[in-house]
Design a protein around this ligand. Structure first.
Ligand code: ZN
Length: 478
């Protein structure tokens, strides 16, 4: 028992130190390891399996909307990166440069892609000639490099995995529709699969992507009340097309510039899953993203027939669920603690007494509720429990977010709330970047988004008192 206690004791309580709790969970759940490469992590099987499920589900949803996957180079020549002024200014401070090939200095240095807009533009300029070539709706799964000064597993690392979609369209309307479509796809994915509720909205000019005309975002709230940008979709208008000369001959025989979009989601969503759903015992994975949905734990497995029964149940469930048997030599208590740390949504306990009664016990990871179930109803019941758990997790996260969303009308109220109550603060804004700058300086909070669903809290900007233009969600962010 002493050992079992220790396994959980190694996790710092989230109320004592949330940052340390996060680090402990990431390590104890065996999601990552640190490496000799500063700021870069090794993603271990338990972590990578979550990413594979994210990929599978997103990729399926992308393809339903006509997306095709491609792969472009990891290097960008400096001259190519320089072509769009805002874009290069935005990314230059955090790019890594390749200056040598072997022992020879390169004539032109190459950056390791921090994002691939410029490569896609270069590619599209050669590939698009006529209106018949449009639209192009491409995506690539890859890693990118951004030379971050402070790093944290999944949330901010120098190299991270993501997908980046890049599209080219004949008209501005079509590009705008695609930008919104992909944002909605991300929002549905977060809510339906990750059980993470999101606020959909538009970034202010200060916070939008370097080179974009407009950036749409989904923002979520972590358990500690900090905001996390969870996915973005950008409309570039024809800005990049003009910089890279991407033109097509339209039906009327006129040369026209294409309109472009890009959109991305990253391994940082694994950090979001941890910080939205985890508890003091470790990770809690939503059933729809969990690599293992249930682990069968035999009780008194040395007794006759127990292990055989566990394997029989596994084989029965295997077609419908991701299932494993923990038949290791560890004690049941140790196995329970491991299942909890790793966030496996359910465990099924089966021992000699259960077998006699023709039953097993399903235990939910999130509520720890024990649900006795007749063995011949196991499939139906497990499926019900997983569905209910998925729904409850989303509802719990939504409640937590709503309970940590505040309104402020005066500046005193705003500063007081944002500094004392972790969460989102909604307040009116005049549209002037000077007010955003002042708020950031006074409180470290940033504008998270101007939500698509607008309502009016007052007629005046919370900061300067001039006429208000937008309701804005503010927060301290990861
Ligand atoms: Zn103002």
């Amino acid at each position: 028992m002493a050992k079992e206690k220790k396994l959980v004791e190694d996790i710092t309580s989230m109320d004592v130190d949330f940052a340390q709790w996060y680090t402990d969970v990431v390590k104890k759940a065996e999601l990552i390891d640190y490496t000799s490469v500063k700021g870069c992590m090794a993603i271990k099987p338990a972590g990578y399996a979550i990413w594979e499920n994210i990929q599978k589900e997103l990729d399926r949803r992308f393809k339903e909307t006509g997306v095709e996957n491609v792969y472009l180079p990891i290097f960008i020549p400096e001259s190519l990166l320089q072509k769009e002024k805002d874009h290069v200014e935005g990314f230059a401070p955090e790019v890594a440069w390749v200056t040598h090939g072997g022992t020879e200095e390169l004539q032109e240095r190459l950056c390791v892609r921090p994002t691939s807009e410029t490569l896609f533009c270069d590619f599209y300029a050669n590939d698009i000639h006529s209106y018949r070539d449009l639209p192009k709706v491409y995506n690539q799964w890859c890693s990118v490099v951004r030379w971050e000064k402070t790093t944290r597993p999944f949330l901010r690392s120098r190299e991270f995995l993501w997908q980046e979609g890049h599209t080219a369209h004949a008209t501005a309307e079509e590009a705008e529709a695609r930008t919104v479509q992909m944002l909605n796809l991300y929002a549905d994915f977060c809510e339906e699969v990750l059980a993470i509720p999101v606020i959909k909205g538009q970034k202010t000019d200060k916070e939008k992507f370097a080179g974009a005309e407009s950036t749409y975002t989904i923002e979520s709230l972590m358990h500690d009340g900090k905001a996390l940008q969870s996915g973005t979709s950008h409309n570039f208008g024809d800005g990049f097309a003009r910089a890279f000369n991407i033109q097509y001959t339209d039906k009327d025989n006129q040369l026209k510039y294409v309109h472009q979009t890009s959109w991305g989601m990253t391994t940082r969503m694994i950090g979001a899953i941890i910080m939205v759903h985890g508890d003091d015992s470790g990770l809690v994975l939503p059933p729809r993203i969990a690599p293992v949905q249930t682990v069968i734990i035999p009780i008194a497995q040395h007794k006759e027939g127990v292990l055989e029964k566990a394997y029989e149940l596994r084989d029965r469930l295997a077609g419908r669920f991701q299932v494993k048997v923990d038949d290791s030599e560890k004690s049941p208590g140790w196995k329970f603690a491991e299942q909890e740390i790793k966030g496996v949504p359910t465990r099924i306990e089966i021992g000699p007494k259960d077998m006699e009664a023709g039953q097993a016990v399903i235990v939910r990871r999130d509520t720890r509720e024990k649900i006795p179930v007749a063995l011949d109803e196991l499939e139906t019941k497990l499926s019900e429990v997983l569905e209910t758990m998925q729904k409850d997790m989303l509802e719990r996260a939504r409640r937590h977010r709503d309970e940590h969303t505040y309104d402020a009308v005066t500046y005193e109220e705003f500063v007081e709330t944002i500094n004392t109550k972790p969460g989102f603060v909604r307040a009116m804004w005049c549209g002037d970047q000077a007010c955003e700058d002042k708020i950031k300086e006074d409180t470290t909070a940033t504008s998270r988004c101007m939500p698509f669903e607008q309502h009016k809290l007052s007629d005046k900007c919370v900061c300067c008192g001039r006429p208000a233009r937008k309701l804005v969600y503010w927060g301290k962010a990861y």
